[in-house]
Design a protein around this ligand. Sequence first.
Ligand code: ADP
Length: 518
Amino acid sequence: MATTDDRDAAGEAHGFRRPSWKALAAEARERFGVEQFRPGQREIIEALLDGKDVLGVMPTGAGKSLCFQLPALFLPKLTVVVSPLLALMQDQHEKLSDAAVDVVKLDSTLTAREADAVAREVRRGQHELIYVTPEQLEKPERLEALRKAGVSLFVVDEAHCVSQWGHDFRPAFLALRDAVQQLGRPPLLAVTATATPQVREDVLRQLGMESAERVNTGIRRDNLHLEVARTVNPEAKRARMMKLLQEEQGTGIIYTATVRKAEEVYQWLKDAGVEAERYHGQMKSSERQEVQQRFMENGYRVIVATKAFGLGIDKPDIRFVAHWQFPDSLESYYQEAGRAGRDGAPARAVLFYRLEDRRIQSYFLGGKYPRREESQALYSVLRELWAHRQGKPVSLKVLTEASGLPANRVKVLVAQLAGAGILERGPRGLKQLRDFETNEELDDYLTTYEKRHQNDRERLQQMMRYGQTTGCRWRFISEYFDEPEHEECQRCDNCEERAAGHFDATSPTAIATPPAAS
Ligand code: ADP
């Protein structure tokens, strides 16, 4: 395992001389129109140019992209940015091309021929920055192209996706650590807007960057007004939503927990004469792209969407984000609500809270993780395959077919076996390193996902407490993320109520008595 010390640092090894801060600032002004750096940006940029690993935790809209886009212009070799979503990559790609930055992307929208052409250009060293999805890095030929080009900086955007404790967890992210090793272990930057201490540590461990510098600019957003709308029945909920739409004339997002609900709310809004659209995972990808594009261009006021919408969408003037049903955790909530008001002007995050919405989330939790029997079955299939092939590596494809489990489940389980030191993912497949030493060790492995499930239930519980608290909502969020910002915001609905003398709650976790039929 490589550490920060045995890798090829960005510094002298490439004959690289760090540019002066003046030169960096001039470039930022000229290419990106940045007059002044925002909190955290300078620290991150300087650490990266010194060849250090960095974990950057900054709120949505704080300007994380500049932290790697600016160094990319100065570093001698390629900057690779791993990003979870096509929409995000598209958006960044267009912006950078406008700034005359030499950038390419490698994702599943390219044909095989186009992707090969990009790989050839990369190998010849024609680009400064490349955006890739983690799935692309699972292909040995793509990795080889990057290795040949040489990588000065490896960036993991939306890094909470790496953590299996995080809500947006993606199995392909688990293989990143191995990919980074194969690329000569360049300095790493992991950036995210949401990370509890647990997720933060997991990200560092999963990526093998435990000694990284940590830059955390806090999570509060002064322009974002937090409020909760508790309603007693569906009619009241609709009436409350209409009121919000009348109060807020700008664009907004309404999140629902299911596709069915998104369709239902969308239809209701249309019937009520609201300029609305919808966005969810069951629409065709071309249709989704069109909806997104029109939303960016202010084609309609409201988009009703499932959580499939929004990761990385940089529309600065969203005036409100409403949740028709509460999401699975405060991480999700903070991320989704945080899409409002990225331009810094006042914006509202309104959670529509009804206790019974818990059922939907509990249902989702039930099917998320591999079950104990699945872990067991996969491991015995894998052992048989190794025995049959006399210890030679087994490809992921063969294992997936032989196990009969869904491909994503297999990836998750394989990553977990790799984490336990049982196997190694190499260019030729999964290689056995050792067997479980004791029954306890095996048992630990088998119960990992039961523990995760428990953890998810607790997170859902916290989400619900946020909906019920009579204390300051920003303080509640700060405490949840273990941030040191504990003063009351004086602006959320509860702080306002208290100032108006409506109730007295001194504890952020004080629970209001729920209305009779919520
Ligand atoms: P996020 O942290 O959510 O990834 P982005 O990197 O997309 O945020 O930045 C949000 C917006 O702020 C972008 O439009 C970006 O161009 C702008 N921005 C970033 N840094 C600065 C800065 N120092 N000064 C002015 N605008 C900036």
